[in-house]
Design a binder for this molecule. Sequence first.
Ligand SMILES: [Mg+2]
Length: 140
Amino acid sequence: MWYSTCFETRGTIGGIVIMPNILVVEDSPAVRQLIVFALKRLPDAKIVEAVNGMDALNKLSFEAFDLILADINMPVMDGLKLIGLLRNEPKYKDIPIIVITTEGVEEDRKKAMALGANAYLSKPIHTYELLKAVEEFLTK
Ligand SMILES: [Mg+2]
């Protein structure tokens, strides 16, 4: 019931996703907190946190997301594995993914983009850059 109600209120108005549901996948509590704090500037966004790729898959099985922000290096299931799985799953293949990469590790960024990530941001995260990237994918 909650799920259907939720779906009815979602959608786009004037090309902008209303009440976007954003999944943040990051194992570092400090970085995750920073990202969530920045995203709270989006007044109507709902933010769900996952601590690794496996946790993200679990959260994805319960609700629909408009955007995923994913770290690369994580225990249990890393970001590259997660992106690969999502891009091979019809249900998830079109969800925009912004990868959060460690500064200077260009190899990870290339691999993530090759697997189907839509954009990347380098750590350290800057609120302005993060919001700019996020808003780009919440505008259809
Ligand atoms: Mg990490």
